[in-house]
Design a protein around this ligand. Structure first.
Ligand code: AKG
Length: 315
């Protein structure tokens, strides 16, 4: 880590020591110990909870009726195999502006209904921001998740991103459909994946290689093919983890390890993302989600500590 970044993070971390004490909750201790050992832990304490039915109804309404997902969005139907070979070769790792410039996206004016949008544009995924609403932030900042994450990291991090992604079948591999390691931070980087749909290999399982954080292999490129990863960890081997999970499952994962999004063969998968990183009050990045002041006021002290100040807006 660069010395200046190191210093600004240390300053930003003052007063943020985790309040969790080892030995006070065996479930938290076991989860943290598994995260340390193999890089991920699966939580099922919310499977079957009615809040998931309400959340799913809200996500469906916002995606299928209100079209609140981020636009412009990549349209697979606009990709030309010959003309767009450069983008296909780099798995569409480029800016949204570049995709717009290449006329590969659709926007709000192009959408008259959900079914028409799917038929005309075949998006591979839609991204929906979190709402400033207790149903959302109480799930993204679930008490058990906060305890585990802060105890694993050793201090209370910030939740820097919070959204849901709906993944569809895709003819092209788009960015995180490929094996990769997240590189936003070299020491502390934890994600919580919240499954809003039942998930298996046919509906876009999440894949992770247990124990790969400290493995020195597969670090010389951004993306790796299935063949490359399977040469070390074939399907079915103990460390090749495939998320066959019911809705309501939360996976906490250190995404510095090797992982990828499986492409659904049918239907779709709805997955919530919470991204936890060290606070850095000097980081000049723009907020990636917003929480209204009135909602922030209602949060628990622990939840408040996870929200960067710049993400709090009037209202
Ligand atoms: O959607 C998934 O299963 C994986 C997401 C991913 O690769 C990432 O967040 O870096």
């Amino acid at each position: 880590m660069k010395p200046i970044k190191n210093l600004t993070e240390l300053v930003s971390r003052i007063g943020r020591n985790t309040s969790y004490r080892h030995g006070t909750n065996p479930s938290v201790d076991a989860a943290v110990s598994q995260l340390r050992d193999i890089g991920f832990v699966k939580l099922n304490h919310l499977v079957g909870s009615p809040v998931f039915d309400d959340m799913k109804a809200s996500l469906n309404q916002r995606i299928e009726k209100d079209f609140e997902f981020n636009l412009p969005c990549l349209a697979q139907t606009k990709i030309d195999n010959d003309r767009d070979q450069d983008l296909i070769a780099k798995n569409f790792l480029t800016s949204n502006d570049q995709l717009v410039e290449r006329n590969l996206t659709f926007c709000r004016d192009d959408v008259s209904s959900y079914d028409q949008m799917l038929a005309d544009f075949q998006p591979s995924s839609l991204t929906l921001p979190i709402l400033s609403d207790p149903m959302y932030y109480n799930l993204w900042l679930d008490p058990m998740v906060m305890e585990i994450v802060s105890s694993y990291i050793g201090f209370v991090p910030h939740m820097t991103e919070a959204y849901t992604r709906r993944n569809f079948p895709s003819s092209y591999k788009i960015m995180n459909h490929n094996w990769h390691r997240d590189t936003n931070h070299d020491k502390y980087l934890v994600k919580a994946f919240i499954f809003f749909t039942d998930c298996d290999i046919d509906t876009g399982a999440h894949h992770y290689i247990a124990g790969s954080i400290h493995d020195s292999r597969f670090r010389d490129k951004v993306y790796f093919t299935d063949q490359e990863i399977h040469s070390a960890w074939p399907y079915g081997s103990d460390d090749h983890i495939i998320s066959t999970v019911p809705a309501g499952t939360i996976i906490i994962e250190d995404t510095r390890g090797l992982h990828k999004a499986g492409i659904p063969n049918r239907d779709y998968r709805d997955l919530g993302f919470a991204i936890f990183m060290p606070p850095n009050i000097f980081r000049p990045s723009r907020p990636l989600y917003y929480i209204k002041q009135s909602s922030h006021y209602e949060m628990s002290a622990m939840q408040k500590a996870f929200i960067p100040n710049k993400n709090i807006i009037p209202g």
